[in-house]
Design a protein. Sequence first.
Length: 993
Amino acid sequence: MQGQNEGLVAEDEMTDVLNDVVRDDSSAATSDLGYDALFDAMHSELYPGVSSFSSLNFLTKLMHLKVVNKWTNKSVDGLLKLLKLAFPKINLVDSHYEAKKLMSKLGLGYESIHVCRNDCALFWKENTDKEICPVCYESRWVQIAGKSSGKNVSHKVLRYFSLTPRLKRLFATTHTARLMRWHNTGRSKDNDDLGHPVDGKAWRAFDKNHPDFACEIRNVRLGLSSDGFNPFGNMSQSYSMWPVVLATYNLPPWLCMKEENLMLTLLIPGPQSPGKDMDVFLRPLVDELKELWTSGIDTRDVSNNNCIFRMRVALLWTVSDFPARSSLSGWSGQGYDACPTCNEETPSTRVIGKTAYVGHRRFLPSTHHWRNDRTFNGQTERRGPPPQLTSADILQQLSRVKIRIPGKHPSYGGVKRKRDKDELNWRKKSIFYELPYWSTNELKHNLDVIHVEKNVCDSLLGTLLGDPHKSKDTDNARRDLMKLKIRHELHLYEDKERLMKPAAEYTFINADRQKFCNFIRNVKFPDGFASNLRKNVAPNESRIIGLKSHDCHILMQRLLPVVCRAFLNKTISSTITELCTFFKKLCARSIKVSDMVDAQQQLILILCKLERIFPPAFFDIMIHLVMHLPEEAILGGPVYMRWMYPFERYLKKLKDYVRNQSKPEGKRSLVVLESDVRAQAEFYVLNNCPEIETFLNEHKDQLQTRGVTNVNQLHRIKFPAWFHTKIYGLHRINADDVSLELLSLASRPNAVVHSYPACIVNGVRFLTYDRDIRRKTQNSGVSIAGTGGEIFYGQLQDILELSYINGFSVVVFRCRWFKCDGKRKVTENNITIIDISREAYKDDQFILASQARQVFYIDDPSRSHNWRVVQEVNHCTTWDTPSMVLTEIDLLHDDSSSNFSLFVDIGNLDHITMQRVDIDAIQLDRPAKRASSSNVSGDEYNFINDKEEDIEDEDDNDEGDNGGEFEASDTETDCPSVEDDDDADRSNDSDYE
Ligand SMILES: [Zn+2]
Ligand SMILES: [Zn+2]
């Protein structure tokens, strides 16, 4: 038995979660005034003679309090009873259940749309009634062995929350209705100030292009954000959902990014990220947006005497991290032309093993002396900056892009295909181009500043600290310098048959590295300002690890400029400080156009200086992207209204409902597992970890090729050790390839485990059987869906927390399973009856706690004493765990961009050398012969601009695969076990195969 039906189980759980969110959403948002006829009908007095407060109004407020404060249903029942007792004439429902029923009528439901398992198409509109996918012909339904009747289950479900009623509702309450005009009155008087997107160039251009839209100020402008996240935050369940969230930019800056004003419109199901098929899922939303642009919708505006006006809606832009930007825009963020702005003129070059985005001198004025300086890359620079492309140019490029079959079916949409040269980096013409106004929008896709900042910070820190896993100053980076014949002082050299690597000026010496780590460990921030960085200092005080994006933000903006001065020479430290100052300037609450124009120029100098300091391998695409951030600010306004933070925080709310899915409870005790039991548990966890599926298959294949007879049995026995060796081997080669989670899983669980008497799973409480028999209630019944959808029933025997290295743990249930095959299970009139006299699967007793569904058993008076009737228990959030307290985090500088002076000192680069003379060169493991500089001939390597790289169609491993160069943004700011799906994809698709 294997409970591998996680996708379905997960889907199922999401429904509960969503119901909660929707309930929360509706009760929070309708707490003001009536919105439609239904509402009016229920508009009755709370108490005779009290006309100011309706019964419904009271109830919405009560329910809102309940959700916010996590009251139990029971406490609401009690409160309602008390109120009725104290005020006999009060007009209230009797119970929480009734209140909920009432609310759900008001609330905003969602539509469940079935999706082909390969993401080819939605079973929607013209496909609503189809049984098979119109693209790949696969069945819409999960095939359940032995099940011929009953309700069909779809492979995947897209949740779609219609936009229109929620937008209408914004005008149904006096308060928000007025604020929806803020953008018209609140825009800056001074053309130089950027306080809101309305002040940006893109908004003005939009108004100019669409005067008929602009003249009705109540028309709505939206921003769209999407990011992958794992709602389960559990390393043994890699599941990536892609919520699509909208923000309303009509509202003032202090409200527009507030959680309650963000709207979830689509919940794209996992387990993998949609990638190139994003557009399939965006279809319902884009159709609705088209309708809302062309025809609009009649909307009642309570702030204007309930007058009806025709509301129209426009999508201004998207906000996402760089990998997600590829899915949304269609422009691949990989290869020579990775930069969406520079397009086919992206400054890039091939270095050993990767693409380096260097060549920023082309942005300098044509007379700048650095253009003639050969110390940059051995060449002078004559090219001008890349041309600015107009929307017509882009449309022209897109017209050359061929239509592709959507989906991931290996014979249809999933077929690998090379991109034609004239398609450039375009993978598709994005679905947004169906919006009549999209092509002329000046800022279509915003880069998440925080994400860029994090990746820059990681590269910088890794290199400064000489982090063996993160430094960009690798041996190959030095070989690049040798090929370019620049910075001779850093070239590898032979010394008595040994290969030596001279220390570089941009790397701390050992003692300083310790000092730096010590500094980070001891820095103290005010309450709520930042998370404690102590945890990020590696035990040997030589590396900083596990930084989340907010940590990087603090490091870049507060700490790095301070510490660099102490440990690096002036040219290097001032260049890094200048870069940090730029980020400070950019992250100011109000920014000035003139500052950004200025910063743009300064950045070119900063990037050039960095190129002069660091080897080309340092420059991944994220470093280059920094250069476009000022432009985007000028177009779109302050970054805090165009970055992922608010959206991530919103998603966290979603996640709060699912987090701590399985939370062990009660007095724990230490238990030593016998080796066979431990092996059983260990294998179960590994076998139920989708992230390592490729390894599982690889191992099985190996066994098969060796011709062993009992593959499955051997696989079960041998896999954990094999996996351990494999992962640790990979880790040794390149630690970046191996996530902390994988490494922990491969570390094998400790034989000493914690045992608990109770555990809460998705809000349902489980007790072990021996506890249960002493009680008057029953909480030990367990069921799990098997691979084919069949259900297994059992009793919970043990709750064990397996612990791995790095503090990871997995909670598993050891169960006694009933053998209820064949005649031992009967279903009559929807009643399932099982024979519990025999036990089964003694060698496969474990399941993940998160997979367990509760059941309870009652005697069947119509049968003998061995038979039990199975009753299912609904997993909802009756036992809500307290939600995590969000600390206020300092992201913005409460300042203006002008308060940070950014003046780049172009100094005297000519005479600096990059070798650290105060430390000896390091001896390398590898033999000297392979790379001695005498073997490297300039012709052989044709280093500069060898634009011959094959244009691979990366459709299969697109967004996730960024060559391991940079990280996708982390949705979670504090939970180390969150596996970003982009990382997961990367590990599945490219690095390990
Ligand atoms: Zn299909
Ligand atoms: Zn660029």
